[in-house]
Ligand binder design. Structure first.
Ligand code: ADQ
Length: 591
């Protein structure tokens, strides 16, 4: 991936000052009301908590199709009787009422195609487009990383020269740039300080990551405040931006920023942003006893530490994760990495929405990165891509199936099972392709060792690195996509694979269980079955599903073809999740 240097970057000048323009941080009130989660009383006079107590089952994560609709304004009892109504005019055929346009700002550490580490980047890219297509005004606020794909940003220019962001006992000078990323309106914040928060070779992986993103979250909301933007909804993503609602309700609401509501989406509970008391000094969140409290940011596992993700859960108006199954697993099945209790305490505003896939990007009918385009009616053409993939990776051209893995090489992804799957696949007479990388040198070294060991095999290729274009060719050219995760909040690779008629072989966990249905065992009609699924995280489980998939490909090509059709027909576009998020936005705006 060609990473380009920032063009107009001014050198960091360690300029910290107390800014006259920056509103001073008000002293925190003595006590915060018990409903920290929705610190402002609802506009209808009832808190979200009360509204739920009135009707919604509070033992389960939120069913998003059951969100209560706002009530009509109550009638005023003493209103004098109105005069007799004038005769009704003839009914006219009026256009159906349209919902009002919302102003939504996503604040995110990642965005495809400019700053992508994993699936979060795809989600912000796809969801923001879906919301815009539905007539809403959508903007995205990001850090201005030195390592971004500047070739993917159109019309980048400076729009705000003097943003001073409170930090420690002074302020850091920032510039804000605007540019389009494939039509998405994006603001990029560039701090000028000796800390070089984003002027680094990689996006993550630094000892001060938590402070870097605590700063970014503060800069993002300061930018919205200073530029007079009053979005209806600020949509935050993961621990990196989870402090934003804390800042909103602790500082900015009292300065007059009363309009926005905050939705936080958690893409992975494994990463929470845990940090010591330094955070409070840096951010001006004074009163350690208040923020270390277990009702607010106090980490449930590490005494004395603060937890950004927890703060986001407590302070946001609504919290989603990326599949209903993962919502359940994190709250009730011990998969919340210590945050189970917090999720229980805030369960009335917690639910799961399965991610979508942007079919403008991931669609074999129009994909610019694959040599042969195909659809349901022209599925044969997929085999031209299979040949192209083999040529590119110097694999033997034969009748064998290709099993692929694409993903971050993270223990979450089931690396022992991936490793085993490579040898099992070769033993069962199929080919294996892997594309992945890890920020952990030990894991990378392990896979490099494996690559050297298998270097001479004509049936195996391991590509260690990040390569978006190659990923497209693998989705198109492979026959099966392996996702044997230990846990998986949603998983995009299986959903992308389905669109390309590449059959997912997955472990039944999180979003994988919500999106892939076993060909032989699913309690679903035959036409909805779209892959192979195993339950137990062990070698036998993996072999049972992968073995069946390879055998079906080899021995029952007609059945395998039918499965490919089912896969390609599955609709995991942003259409439905887009509506789910709009329902959530309406709910928190009116709650
Ligand atoms: N080496 C490489 N080269 C090229 N492309 C690569 C690549 N490695 C990964 N990718 C791409 O990155 C994306 C990864 O999607 P995942 O669902 O695996 O997300 P991830 O686990 O990072 O994120 C978290 O957030 C997402 C989004 O919510 C959840 O789906 C997921 O479960 C959760 O763990 C896919 O588009 C994939 O093609």
């Amino acid at each position: 991936m060609a990473k380009q240097p920032t063009g107009s970057k001014s050198k960091p000048s360690t300029r910290r000052r107390r800014s006259a323009a920056t509103p001073s941080v008000p002293a925190a009130p003595e006590r915060l009301s018990a409903s920290v989660a929705t610190p402002e009383p609802s506009r209808s006079g009832r808190s979200i908590r009360e509204r739920h107590a009135a009707g919604i089952d509070s033992d389960q994560p939120q069913r998003l199709d059951q969100l209560e609709q706002p009530e009509a304004a109550p009638e005023v009892a003493q209103t004098p009787a109105p005069p007799a109504p004038a005769p009704e005019p003839e009914p006219m055929s009026l256009p159906a009422p349209t919902r009002p346009e919302l102003f939504v700002v996503h604040v995110s550490p990642e965005l495809a195609t400019v700053a992508k580490v994993g699936g979060l980047a795809d989600v912000v890219f796809g969801l923001s487009r879906e919301l815009a297509i539905r007539g809403n005004h959508v903007e995205i606020v990001l850090p201005k990383y030195a390592s971004m794909r500047y070739d993917q940003i159109y019309g980048l220019h400076e729009v705000h020269r003097d943003l001073w962001v409170p930090w420690y006992d002074g302020s850091i000078h920032c510039s804000v740039y605007f540019g389009f990323v494939h039509d998405r309106k994006c603001f990029f914040i560039e701090p000028h300080s000796g800390d070089d928060f984003f002027d680094r070779p990689a996006i993550y992986g630094y000892p001060d990551d938590v402070l870097r993103y605590a700063f970014f979250s503060r800069a993002a909301i300061e930018f919205l405040w200073q530029s007079g933007k009053h979005p209806d909804v600020i949509h935050c993503h993961d621990w990196q931006t989870a402090l934003l609602p804390v800042y909103l309700y602790e500082f900015y609401q009292r300065l007059g920023m009363t309009h926005p509501r905050v939705c936080l989406t958690i893409h992975n509970f494994a990463h929470q942003g845990v940090v010591g008391g330094e955070l409070l000094r840096a951010t001006g969140l004074q009163h350690p006893e208040r923020f270390h409290h277990h009702d607010r940011l106090g980490d449930p596992r590490y005494p004395g530490m603060l937890n950004l993700l927890k703060g986001g859960i407590v302070y946001s108006n609504f919290v989603t994760t990326v599949s209903p199954r993962y919502a359940f697993e994190t709250k009730d099945q011990g998969q919340g990495f210590g945050l189970e209790g917090v999720l229980h305490a805030h369960q009335v505003k917690y639910g799961g929405v399965v991610n979508g896939i942007d079919y403008d990007v991931w669609n074999p009918e129009i994909d610019r990165h694959i040599p042969a385009r195909y659809g349901l009616e022209t599925i044969e053409t997929k085999y031209d891509d299979k040949r192209a993939l083999r040529q590119r990776l110097m694999l033997a051209d034969n009748e064998k199936a290709i099993v692929a893995f694409i993903g971050r090489l993270d223990p979450q992804k089931g690396l022992e099972l991936v490793r085993h799957a490579i040898f099992y696949t070769l033993e069962r007479g199929a080919q294996f392709v892997l594309l992945g990388s890890s920020p952990d040198p030990a894991i990378n070294a392990d896979f490099w060792g494996l690559k050297r060991m298998l270097n001479d095999s004509p049936d195996c290729h391991l590509e260690i690195g990040f390569d978006e274009e190659l990923a497209h060719l693998i989705y198109a050219g492979a026959d099966m996509m392996l996702v044997p995760s230990r846990f998986e909040p949603c998983g995009l690779t299986q959903m992308i694979a389905l669109r390309y008629g590449t059959i997912p072989v997955v472990r039944a966990t999180g979003g994988l269980a919500d999106t892939v249905f076993d060909k032989d065992h699913a309690a679903r009609p035959l036409h909805e079955r779209n892959g192979y699924v195993f339950n137990d995280y062990d070698l036998a489980g993996l072999e049972s599903a992968l073995g069946r998939a390879i055998a079906c490909y080899r021995d029952y090509p007609g059945d395998f073809r039918a499965l490919m059709h089912n896969a390609m027909r599955t609709d995991y576009s942003w259409n439905r999740p887009g509506q789910d998020y709009l329902n959530i936005y309406d709910y928190i705006r009116n709650g």
